[in-house]
Design a protein around this ligand. Structure first.
Ligand SMILES: [Zn+2]
Length: 299
């Protein structure tokens, strides 16, 4: 695999930030007005690609109008059913999902997964069943798969062991979104016959102990925008100040004062650089190359 050449300029202003890929975002959760701003900010901040995730079937059609506006694979899209809203699926959901994935060969599967906090709404067994069907489709169509897992790591590993054990099978690229599993879990994932990538969101800055056993070559960064903003931690990177945050006026996020966006991935890079006692330039190269491999942007 070729190493990516990057024009590295060690300046801290936004126009000269190093390239980064936002591994997980929800573009449909922004207002149209916000979306224009955050995508412009992203390109100014040298965010090369952003990986959008769908949550419910209705999103599949909605995202098309956004995708049309941006060319050159700047936005890569994932189709899938998120464990929080499984009860909104239609009887034809699986066929519907297949059609969208087949229509766009560059698309991925996501976000799919398990969430213990929603077992009352959709039982564990049902969540597992739907997860397995989506995994099978992703494997069949040879796609990258983005996974949500909250308080269900042992169940997730059990499912993964079923699908990712055959060394003769082509390894699937799996993105564990907003990952914060413990050491034992991380080791378990790394043993699977799959290319597992751990995508970090800003919350990880508060619990660096989770990062001890994750090899740097398996790390990605994400905003999960517009959600999961850790304003204090982003500011502590020294790269952003109060004026860099957009105030939320979105009815979908009534509790948030400010919104997350792709450009804040640089704060995570800075945090990783400090944690590993490396330069931001070194970490950028590692994470950027990881992202290109994870999302198959280089062959
Ligand atoms: Zn998500």
């Amino acid at each position: 695999m070729e190493e990516v050449k990057i024009n590295l300029q060690d300046k801290d202003n936004m126009e000269n930030l190093y390239p980064v890929i936002d591994s997980h975002i929800h573009l449909l959760d922004y207002t149209e007005f916000q979306l224009e701003i955050i995508l412009e900010n992203a390109s100014k901040a040298n965010v090369k690609h952003i990986m959008n995730n769908c949550c419910v079937e209705q999103d599949f059609i909605k995202i098309q109008s956004i995708l049309k506006k941006y060319k050159d694979n700047f936005i890569l899209n994932s189709y899938g059913l998120h464990p929080w809203w499984l009860n909104q699926r239609s009887p034809n959901w699986l066929q519907n999902l297949r059609e969208y994935l087949e229509k766009d060969p560059n698309s991925q599967v996501g976000e799919i997964g398990l969430d213990q906090l929603k077992y009352e709404q959709t039982s564990k067994e049902e969540q597992i069943d739907i997860l397995e069907k989506q995994l099978e489709l992703g494997i069949e169509l040879d796609r990258v798969i983005s996974v949500h897992c909250v308080r269900a790591q042992p169940e997730m590993q059990k499912v993964f062991k079923k699908y990712f054990k055959d060394p003769k099978q082509k390894p699937v690229n799996i993105i564990m979104h907003s990952y914060s599993g413990n050491k034992e879990m991380t080791k378990g994932y790394l043993k699977l016959h799959a290319n597992i990538y751990f995508s970090l969101s800003q919350g990880i800055i508060r619990k660096p102990e989770f990062l001890q056993v994750i090899p740097l070559d398996n790390i990605l960064v994400e905003s999960d925008g517009p959600h999961q903003l850790c304003e204090k931690e982003v500011q502590e990177s020294g790269l952003f100040s109060e004026k860099d945050f957009l105030v939320n006026q979105n009815h979908l996020l009534p509790k948030l004062g400010k919104i997350n966006e792709p450009k804040f991935c640089h704060a995570l890079i800075e945090f990783l650089a400090k944690l590993h006692n490396k330069s931001r330039q070194e970490i950028t190269l590692i994470v950027y190359n990881n992202s290109l491999k994870a999302f198959r942007l280089i062959k």
